[in-house]
Ligand binder design. Structure first.
Ligand SMILES: NC(=O)NCCC[C@H](N)C(=O)O
Length: 416
């Protein structure tokens, strides 16, 4: 048993991880909502679940304890009297439902669900108008009527939360604390509520030190945070993560109480576009001195190092010169690191496989990583370079634009 949280690297033997198995929320995706809900296509649910179960089984076979987000949230809500009702109200606020009567009808629907995990799953699934008892006579406002009128409104009163299977993003374990992230998009901000309650009320994880909180105005997402070593993290300045959020996070990690153990924060500026969405779609660590990288990033990077400044509470910032491998070697305290290019030197394979998360790997131990099976060119190169691969079937899971690293939140790793 590994109690609590302990993440001081990206590669130490993985002991405990949090996943979320895709569920009925994917059935509430439709062509018109793909854009705002950040999907590129609609996955075939049954197959996505089969692939995800295979992912979870491979982790378990490696001796990793696999926890599920919805189960943890349900345990948290059951642990404290009143937590379930508080969660429902908070989730309703975040859903942004305009009509008062509609809100009451959704609350009734939630209250009719006995099992708390089923309640949590319902909140992820979304709510359709035809599930509600909201006759025109009960509707209190135009907003209520528009929500439920077959000809005027959308069939969905509350959207699904389909990206929640990317558990990497809404909160990030750093050391034995957590950055509860402030997500950029509306759909992903709604995910934050689940982490918030887990970290507030869960018997084991409640009371975890928070290095950042989701109510902060500056956006930061977990895919941009890589724990490179016991005292050093990397953060992407990206489409999703603003420099101001990194300033705040760094100040807290470097100076706050309780101590985080972090003494250096490397901020990597990456292009603001969907294929480079987060730092972990650009590079991930596969061994003590080895990373797999998107070749598109080589040569274009601006990097800063943030450390304690001279005066209490002050953060010193230095712009770093050098290539990505030199900067990563400096961060890890090594003479050199090896970068393995996603897709090798083939310009089409490299962009195609990066689009399908070829450089988004999850290490279960140094030199042993989970990868998507579909990225054959990259996987072949990694194997030839001596990295042991566990390949996950990935035809459907990849349609959400995230790989094994995005689909997992590591809770506990042994020291390297
Ligand atoms: N860390 C990651 O890169 N996560 C993948 C998130 C994919 C999701 N569809 C999103 O756009 O946020």
């Amino acid at each position: 048993m590994h109690e609590g949280l302990n993440i001081r690297s990206e590669i130490g033997r993985l002991r405990k991880v949090m996943l979320y198995r895709p569920g009925n929320e994917l059935l509430n995706l439709s062509p018109d909502t793909l854009g705002p809900l950040l999907f590129d296509d609609i996955p075939f649910l049954e197959e996505a679940q089969r692939e995800h179960d295979c992912f979870a089984r491979m982790l378990a076979d490696e001796g990793v304890e696999v926890l599920y987000l919805d189960e943890l949230v349900a345990e948290a809500l059951d642990a404290v009297p009143g937590a379930r009702a508080e969660f429902c109200e908070r989730w309703l606020d975040e859903a942004g439902l305009p009509g008062r009567a509609a809100r009451g009808a959704v609350r009734e629907l939630l209250d009719s669900i006995d099992d708390t995990r089923a309640l949590v799953d319902k909140c992820i699934e979304g709510v359709r108008a035809d599930e509600l008892d909201l006759s025109p006579t009960r509707a209190a406002s135009l907003a209520d009527l528009m929500l439920t009128d077959r000809n005027a409104g959308s069939p969905l009163v509350i959207d699904p939360i389909p990206n929640i299977y990317f558990t990497r993003d809404t909160f990030s374990v750093i050391g034995s604390g957590v950055s509860l992230n402030s997500m950029l998009s509306r759909t992903r901000r709604r995910e934050g509520v689940f982490g918030e309650f887990l970290l507030r009320y869960h018997p084991e994880y409640g009371g975890t030190p928070l290095w950042y909180t989701s109510d902060r105005p500056h956006n930061i997402e977990g895919g941009d945070i890589l724990v490179l070593g016991p005292d050093v993290i990397g953060v992407g300045i990206s489409e999703r993560t603003s420099p101001a959020a990194i300033d705040e996070l760094a100040a807290r990690l470097l100076w706050g109480e309780p101590e985080s153990g972090v003494a250096r924060v490397f901020a990597f500026s990456i292009p603001h576009k969907r294929s480079f969405m987060h730092l972990d779609t650009v590079f991930t660590q596969v061994d003590v001195d080895t990373f797999t990288v998107h070749p598109g990033i080589l040569g274009t990077l601006v990097v800063f190092e943030l450390t304690r400044g001279a005066r209490e509470g002050e953060v010193g910032i230095r712009r770093l010169d050098g290539s990505l491998d030199e900067i990563l070697a400096r961060a890890l305290g090594l003479d050199a690191v090896r970068l393995i290019k996603c897709g090798g030197d083939d310009p089409i394979a490299s962009v195609r496989e990066q689009w399908n998360d070829g450089s988004n790997t999850l290490a279960v131990a140094p030199g042993r990583v989970l990868v998507y099976q579909r990225n054959a060119v990259t996987n072949d190169i990694l194997s030839r370079e001596g990295i042991e691969l566990l390949e996950i079937p990935s035809a459907e899971l990849s349609r959400g634009r995230g790989g094994p690293h995005c689909m997992s939140m590591a809770f506990w790793r042994d020291a390297v």
